[in-house]
Design a protein around this ligand. Structure first.
Ligand SMILES: [Zn+2]
Length: 237
């Protein structure tokens, strides 16, 4: 590899690493957004469950009461049959009391069913509108999560291909220069290269004397140009 190619490789390395960093930040953003949406989804699912449970509970109670009435009707038949066969007046009176009590139970249960049924209709009306709205919102959130997941996958793929390009590039740069590059990278937050086309270093802002500038331009040609003030690799456009 020619010396002047090293500068090109390093510059390309820098650009790709900046891209990789941008993609990583983007992935982090997307993951945060996904986490938020998952929380919203959980909230909606819980609300839906509550609304449906309210209805289920009323239906369950209704069924319960209907079974209770069936049972009491059966009991009433048994008591009436017994009444035909009583031998003592005391037993007869006792049976009459039981029959009256059972009839009362049935009347009360029927009243409760009536009230419950009205409540159920009301809740069904109220909740079905809410349920519809939440289900639509939930669908939207689920789609959002799906889209973000796909976007994350896409970005992860991009990052992987960048990483393999980076490792190829790194293998092309001599180890000692790569070492300088890596240490500068940490110091300058990834921006290792500075343009000196204007006669001053865009990295540290210091203007070069004509002699310094001429020397740097010579050094750029053999790939060794670094700002004497901040140490960044330099290039001209
Ligand atoms: Zn500088």
């Amino acid at each position: 590899m020619k010396v002047c190619d090293i500068s090109d490789s390093l510059l390309r390395l820098q650009d790709l690493e900046i891209d990789a960093r941008r993609i990583r930040a983007k992935i982090e953003d997307l993951k945060n957004r996904k986490r938020e949406l998952i929380e919203i989804r959980k909230k909606f699912e819980k609300e839906l469950e509550n609304l449906k449970t309210q209805i289920e509970e009323k239906r369950f109670r209704l069924k319960d009461l209907e079974n209770f009435i069936e049972y009491k009707k059966q009991r009433l038949k048994e008591l009436s049959a017994k009444k035909e066969k009583v031998s003592s007046r005391k037993e007869f009176k006792n049976l009459l009391r039981q029959i009256a009590k059972t009839e009362d139970d049935i009347i009360r249960a029927r009243e409760e069913i009536k009230t419950l049924f009205e409540e159920l209709k009301k809740i069904e009306n109220q909740n079905s509108e809410k349920i519809g709205k939440i289900e639509a919102q939930l669908e939207e959130v689920k789609n959002g999560i799906k889209k973000i997941s796909e976007e994350i996958d896409k970005k992860e793929e991009e990052l992987q291909s960048l990483k393999s390009k980076l490792s190829i590039l790194k293998s092309e740069v001599p180890a000692d220069i790569l070492k300088i590059y890596e240490s500068l990278k940490d110091r300058f937050n990834g921006l290792v290269f500075a343009d000196i086309s204007s006669g001053s270093c865009e990295g540290c802002g210091i203007t070069f004397s004509p002699a310094e500038f001429a020397k740097l331009n010579r050094e750029i040609k053999n790939g060794k140009g670094r700002c004497p003030y901040c140490g960044r690799f330099v290039f001209t456009k």
